[in-house]
Design a protein around this ligand. Structure first.
Ligand code: FDP
Length: 321
């Protein structure tokens, strides 16, 4: 009989081997708790009047769901109390939030509830996070704290609220995946070193945008379609990436021009969507590109900067480009 390893045991093991990771270990424990709290809320959303829109919009003019706001407030208040973070950036906050922890050595970017248009219909959603060291000589609340390239992330990952809740993260030595045992209230180790399989059955692209993408993306997608064969698109970034990490394939969200004026615009956000997923993809043996460049090498110059995204199996993506 195999005995499952709890997240706590895994983290204590890490601490023993890497005492210098003390703060990162503490963060992971805190983020796991946040994940459990949001998971419990999302499971009860329909029962606690937490579905539906809040009647507000965020900085990107997207309508905010009640659970978006709950998750954002929870992340903000909980992380402030940990004392580990100097500042937080969030999809739901216009500016950087100074967490007023003067001695803190890290900053964190969050998408508190990714895929929020799926909340009301019981489709997987998630929380994505990306941690950097705080830049010395730059005020905590300054957006420049988040103008750091993805390769300098010290920790990144997501919590997926799906048919089960999973925590997937990396601090640069592989990807570790845990599944929440709701009865125990514990995350249990599912995969200590998750690797994208060589097979690549799926491509993920919102086909409704077919007429609105650039010619180069059209050619790329034709090749990807031919080499994968099956379309899977949830419309929650975290769920689509999770599936492709486990099953293999390519996720493609190119820049879109619906105006017909050649004004192509990407959608996904660099700091709290593309960068963390790129770290996980590379650590799992895959590749993550934006306009031919490794996403992890892009230095953001705006807090809510958007990028085109291609994430998936290395060989598949190389052959299609
Ligand atoms: P949502 O708008 O529901 O919050 O970036 C947010 C995101 O979802 C991703 O989670 C998702 O992959 C993508 O947008 C879906 O966009 P489209 O509806 O344009 O396909």
């Amino acid at each position: 009989m195999t005995v499952p390893q709890t997240l706590q045991q895994f983290l204590l093991g890490e601490l023993k081997d890497h005492p210098e990771r003390y703060e990162l270990v503490m963060m992971m424990a805190d983020i796991a708790t946040i994940g459990k709290l949001i998971s419990a809320r999302t499971n009860r959303a329909g029962l606690t009047e937490l579905t539906g829109l809040a009647g507000s919009t965020n900085v990107q003019d997207e309508t905010q769901a009640k659970l978006d706001i709950y998750a954002n407030d929870l992340c903000k208040n909980y992380l402030r109390k940990t004392g580990l973070f100097a500042a937080m950036a969030s999809e739901e906050e216009t500016d950087v939030v100074d967490l007023k922890n003067p001695g803190a050595r890290y900053v964190i970017a969050f998408d508190p509830l990714d895929g929020s248009s799926n909340i009301d219909v019981n489709i997987p959603i998630g929380t994505i996070f990306s941690v950097h060291k705080k830049l010395e000589g730059v005020p905590a609340g300054d957006a420049r704290q988040f103008f750091q390239k993805g390769r300098d992330q010290v920790l990144a990952g997501y919590v997926l609220y799906g048919s089960s809740t999973m925590l997937v993260f990396s601090w640069g030595e592989g990807v570790h995946a845990f599944t929440l045992d709701v009865d125990l209230g514990e995350f249990l180790l599912s995969d200590a070193h998750l690797k994208i399989p060589a097979a690549h059955p799926y491509y993920s692209f919102n086909e409704a945008y077919g007429p609105f993408i650039a010619e180069e993306d059209r050619r790329y997608l034709d090749k990807i379609r031919a080499q994968t064969g099956s379309l899977r698109y949830v419309g929650s970034f975290v769920a689509d990436i999770h599936r492709n990490l486990i099953k293999g394939g390519a996720y493609v969200y190119p820049a879109i021009d619906t105006s017909g004026q050649g004004n192509f615009k990407p959608k996904l956000r660099l700091n709290y969507e593309a960068k963390p997923m790129a770290l996980l993809a590379e650590q799992a043996g895959g590749v993550a590109l934006a306009d031919g460049v490794a996403i992890l090498d892009i230095v953001p110059n705006e807090l809510h900067q958007r990028v085109s995204v291609r994430i998936g199996n290395k060989k598949l993506m190389k052959e299609a480009s």
